[in-house]
Design a protein around this ligand. Structure first.
Ligand code: AQP
Length: 358
């Protein structure tokens, strides 16, 4: 048994339709960038999707769409692992154990549940409440060390670290007795733990892409307004129209980033331009400082079309052959299962279940 945990990236996207520019810039584009440095496991998180109602036929199509988006964006499913969550039973098994490690008070503090459940919490699914423990299991069933996500997922990643730490503490004697643990640094102390304290990978100009209609709300799949988001499969006309109609203030763009303070819509559009161009906001403002939105918005739309249209074309080509996508997912699920089943055997042994090995 190795005495270090290999550096590994895990992340996922829900197949809930309306895949948007925030998902691409905040997550998928980062997934692609990390491929050269890490072993990566990228998951279409279909078990998460069903925490809210999904029409079965649409769910199937959306699973293939997210898979196509991963591959069309440049994720290599031969070198790395691409699969759908429901096909690796260890996610649900570890989530159950984590349901018994996590505390109600921890989950009660999760803001995503409060936002998604809305006013009538009694009618939310139990799955929606337990979403963060499943997310912790997704990550830790691969003992992943790094997780690229948008800023909205920061709180869930903190909870993942809390769960890992509590598991390591609760079972420290068993971890030592079974020889499954590794030395890891927690603050000033070196402890013998089983699960790593995963690092979030959040940042860049598009860590939180905002709605085009309201600079105080994040761009979201579930926003009732189509004009609030650029969808990955929007054509050039739709992209130009949505940016043209994007809410802004009447002032020209500032020449320095300090001038974006208290201007959330301007800040958002400049951040989008920077992320699409692979640069930062300061550099965008060096080129566009003093420009009116009448000039900046068409330039942004042209850049978005230039970057997104080839991905959308490739997504359409891939989606025309569902059998090919399904084969990629099946192969990925087998490779994912090989890692996850070894972790779940260790966990069952650590917890004390009979028959955990062999
Ligand atoms: N607006 C955003 N800006 C930056 N990153 C974002 N992400 C989501 N919205 C933004 C990141 O995309 C990844 C996949 O997200 P998800 O499929 O798990 O869905 P979500 O986080 O619940 O957000 P959505 O897509 O907007 O859906 P709804 O409408 O259901 O809330 C994650 O890494 C997420 O951070």
């Amino acid at each position: 048994m190795s005495n270090t945990i290999p550096q590994r990236v895990f992340s996922g996207v829900q197949p809930t339709g309306n895949l948007h520019l925030g998902n691409y810039l905040g997550a998928i584009k980062r997934f692609v960038e990390l491929q050269d440095t890490f072993d990566c496991v990228y998951c279409v998180v279909d078990l998460h999707a069903v925490t809210t109602w999904q029409h079965p036929v649409e769910l199937t199509s959306n699973i293939r769409e997210v898979t196509a988006a991963f591959i069309a964006s440049g994720i290599d499913p031969e070198k790395h692992i691409v699969f759908n969550q429901s096909q690796v039973a260890a996610h649900a098994e570890l989530a159950w154990i984590f349901n018994c490690v996590a505390r109600m008070g921890w989950l009660n503090r999760m803001t995503q549940f409060k936002e998604k459940a809305g006013k009538d919490r009694e009618k939310a699914s139990v799955g929606l409440f337990a979403y963060p423990t499943l997310m912790a299991a997704d990550i830790l069933v691969y003992r992943a060390t790094h997780v690229p996500v948008g800023e909205d997922q920061k709180q869930h990643l903190e909870l993942t670290r809390d769960i890992a730490q509590k598991f390591n503490n609760d079972f420290s004697d068993r971890i030592a007795a079974t020889g499954c643990g590794v030395p890891m640094q927690v603050g000033d102390e070196t402890v013998n733990g089983y699960f790593p304290l995963t690092e979030p990978v959040i940042g860049g100009p598009a860590a939180r892409v905002m709605s085009l209609r309201d600079g105080s709300k994040k761009m979201s799949k579930s926003d009732p307004s189509d004009l609030s988001r650029i969808v990955m499969t929007d054509d050039a006309d739709a992209i130009a129209k949505k940016f043209r109609k994007a809410k802004t203030d009447p002032d020209a763009l500032p020449s320095e980033t300090e001038g974006l303070a208290d201007r959330p819509e301007a800040d958002n559009l400049v951040g989008l331009y920077a992320a699409l161009a692979g640069t930062d906001k300061a550099s965008v403002l060096r080129d566009f400082g003093g420009a009116q939105f009448g000039t900046f918005k068409p330039a942004l739309a042209d850049l978005a079309v230039e970057k997104i249209a080839p991905i959308a074309d490739e997504m359409r080509r891939l989606q025309a052959d569902p059998a090919e996508i399904d084969a990629i997912l099946k192969q990925g699920s087998q490779r994912a299962s090989a890692i996850a089943s070894s972790v779940i055997s260790d966990v069952k042994e650590i917890v004390g279940f009979v028959g955990a090995r062999g």
